[in-house]
Write a protein that binds this ligand. Sequence first.
Ligand code: GDP
Length: 533
Amino acid sequence: MTPGTEVSPKEVEAQAVRRRTFAVISHPDAGKSTLTEALLLHAHAITTAGATHGKAGRRGTVSDWMTMEQERGISITSAAIQFEYRDSVINLVDTPGHADFSEDTFRVLSAVDAAVMLVDASKGLEVQTMKLFEVCKQRNLPVITVINKWDRPGSAALDLMDEIRTRTGLIPTPLTWPVGIAGDFRGVIERDSSDFIRFNRTAGGATRADFERTTADEAAEAEGDAWVTAAEESELLAEEGQNHDEDMFLDGVTTPVLFSAAVLNFGVQHILDTLVDFAPPAEARLDAAGGHRPVTSPFSGFVFKVQSGMNSSHRDYVAFVRVCSGQFRRGMVVTHSATGRPFATKYAQQLFGKDREVAEEAWPGDIVGLVNASALRVGDSIHEGAPAVTFPPLPMFAPAHFRAVRPADTSKHKQFRRGIDQLDHEGVIQVMRSDLRGDQAPVLGAVGPMQFEVVEERMSHDFGAAIRSDVLPYQLARRTDKESALILGHDRQVEVLRRSDGTLLALFSTPWRLRNTVRDHPELLLEDLAGGG
Ligand code: GDP
């Protein structure tokens, strides 16, 4: 450690306690971009709404990096946005919204300490939301629920609470309760104070929403029946025990619920306050050895995402690291746990969308982007000093789409090899090979077919090796072992491939074919992979 840079454990602890690191999970169109922008607006991180949007026809979002993403109006890449609110530092880790990029999204969830589940009031819990929720549940992430678009007609609030309870198993404990049915959003009851928070529309929702606080009596007078109904419903929830309980929330038994109209900036301040007041700070992390590494330990972190080609002028490679313990200082030399090699962090950058800010220091809970960190792979740990620390490996998900690929121009086989290896490192796609197909003819596996388009684009633009690909007729993959692979090798309808992480995968064309194989050979190892169908 350089003299003069030492920090006390107290300082690290104090910084960790201020951190709130979370992601928004939602189905496309629920309002995630709109909410992100509204949160930034409230925290004064941006001054006008419209600065972060990435949908076609709007201004570029802070998290839009790839042109493809802009053309399609979907968010493929992830960015971490940091801003201060009250005395806290909030890290919002962006998740790609499109169903095809769920693998990436799942990994992002390993880097956060809480999730905001954003629900469209008229649609309820949609497919993608449920998939992501399942990952949060596996990871024991506390979940805050936000019912959005309350300014539009939608389901009854109590029905939505029932839906949350039956479908997620979490007990909803609303912190606010809407006054006025969906489509007639007047404001909310703040349930712990019983005050009425009245929302006042501002032109176009381009500035922070005005709201005023009045007492229950004043609200009863002004809002009449809408108030009476809301107060009765809130009372009913209290009788059912559906009030916030911090321990039950952190244990994943309950989910605090808030109501919002992100596009009008309604209810947004309560979301920020809930994060600061109730979401967990950065805390000791489970390491691969099964111990908990306190935040006050020397610096450590793990790579949850890597990305290249974010900056079109220099095609760079950025490894996103979640800081788990200690103080990160730009320029410090850390150890790459996988190889034991030193890694200099001279070019560390914290990212605020396109406007990269050079990070001088970071603390537990923060996300740091390390530039030109091509030695680092998704899931790798880095640390300062001894002993070495490794964090648990990130899950790889079950691929459901398979293509055999080869270079379009055979003289480009070197570039081809380099590109495929690179995309494999980045976790863009899973790469599998077999002796039968040969080393030069890998099979790519994807969770969603759009991942192949990213591969095609990157292979020709970044690596100068356009590819040709053949769709393979498989739909399912199961983990198998050497002995089982020998037997499966006799079945012409099944193909066994070795993924680059060493896992043997047996590929099946249909669920029916898989069932038959299991029936005929119950002795074979055919295990489900995470997120598999
Ligand atoms: P994302 O796909 O989840 O990022 O969704 P967007 O933030 O792009 O929102 C999808 C659409 O819903 C856009 O047209 C938004 O203007 C609209 N929207 C978002 N929040 C609200 C809301 O609270 N009320 C209404 N009426 N529309 C909203």
